[in-house]
Design a binder for this molecule. Structure first.
Ligand code: CA
Ligand code: CA
Ligand code: CA
Length: 344
């Protein structure tokens, strides 16, 4: 060591002001050891060993802010992440990076965000009144109108004198009127009324006569020519509703209906059990029925069979069909407003 920092105390100036605060004059060997140690520390800190104490302290103070760094600029996530229409592919662990909170989201739940079926969506479906709607017919419009696009989009065809009627209706501005001879309304053939599981058919009916067909999906015009599993709902001469499944069964219900009164009628199959509800009250007769109903045929409202006198004479309003959904499994309060079609 050829020289020492000027501010470091020396044997020749033991009273010099310094931060070692020595009270005794170190032995020459000790003094050399101390100086070597100080020099080593200065070199490690990157400080000139010849600096004064104050300059070393200032340097160390300048280093202190690095203990609490402030970053600027843009942080780029290491994976794509877009909520909305784009699928979220991040894992729960990655999502935790965003909010710092352990996540319990499942992939199925995340699927709901982008419209993919999930457990959450299934539960919402059960709560949304009209989910599963494949057919909705408000039958609203100008009196005597004979053209109509169903709320669910099907182009309806009016046969005979079938027409809208503003003089009598359950909801809205009109209902569908049939005079009992050759009048019916059809929707095109579709798998929408081919029921493989749960389903719901409901509508309002007011008859001038009994013994009429109300609604059916039949592969040929007449019931005699229908194909196995075609279905038909009618009100019999005794005023009792009956649900027919071609070549399989006929289920007649007990309630006796009257003419000149609006009734809410619902046919519901839930988990293989078919029930009928009149004004929200379940008929006692049910049927264990897991067969596929329908053959993707035309839907007939106020159905008539040529040469027979089974055409509806009266009104039908607010026809709704749900495929895959059993809207009711027990008595219920009938709708007091038209249904709202929810599309999502
Ligand atoms: Ca209506
Ligand atoms: Ca009218
Ligand atoms: Ca007619």
């Amino acid at each position: 060591m050829s020289s020492y920092p000027d501010a470091i105390p020396s044997l020749t100036n033991p009273t010099a002001t310094d931060k070692q605060n020595s009270t005794t004059v170190p032995h020459a060997t000790q003094h050399a050891d101390v100086n070597n140690e100080i020099e080593a520390i200065c070199i490690e800190l990157g400080v000139n060993p010849k600096s004064t104490y104050d300059s070393v302290a200032a340097y160390l103070a300048a280093l202190a802010p690095l203990a609490s760094p402030t970053f600027t600029g843009t942080v780029v996530l290491p994976y794509p992440f877009t909520l909305g229409s784009t699928s979220v592919t991040s894992t729960a662990a990655e999502l935790n990076v965003l909010d710092g909170i352990p996540s319990t989201l499942t992939a199925a739940e995340l699927g709901y965000v982008d419209g993919v079926t999930s457990a959450i969506q299934t539960q919402l479906d059960a709560k949304i009144p009209n989910s599963g709607t494949v057919f909705l017919f408000h039958a609203d419009g100008a009196d005597a109108a004979t053209t109509y696009t169903a709320e669910t989009g099907q182009t309806l065809t009016f046969a005979g004198n079938a027409q809208l009627d503003t003089a009598d209706k359950e909801f809205g501005s009109a209902s569908a009127l049939f005079d009992g001879t050759g009048d019916y309304i059809t929707a095109p053939a579709s798998a929408d009324w081919n029921f493989t599981g749960d389903f719901t058919i409901d509508f309002w009916w007011k008859g001038n006569n009994l013994n009429k067909t109300l609604i059916k999906s039949v592969s040929n015009e007449t019931w005699a020519d229908a194909t196995t599993n075609d279905w038909l709902l009618a009100v019999g001469s005794a005023g009792k509703l009956a649900f027919y499944v071609k070549n399989v069964y006929t289920l007649e219900f007990n309630s006796v209906l009257s003419t000149g009164v609006w009734y809410h009628i619902a046919i519901v199959r839930s988990s293989g059990v078919l029930k009928c509800y009149v004004n929200g009250i379940a008929e006692a007769d049910t049927r264990n029925d897991a067969t596929t109903l329908g053959n993707t045929q035309v839907l007939n409202i106020g159905a008539v069979e040529t040469g027979l006198t089974l055409g509806l004479n009266g009104w039908i309003d607010e026809v709704r069909i749900l495929n895959g959904v059993a809207r009711h499994t027990s008595n219920f309060s009938v709708n007091t407003l038209p249904y709202t079609l929810i599309v999502y």
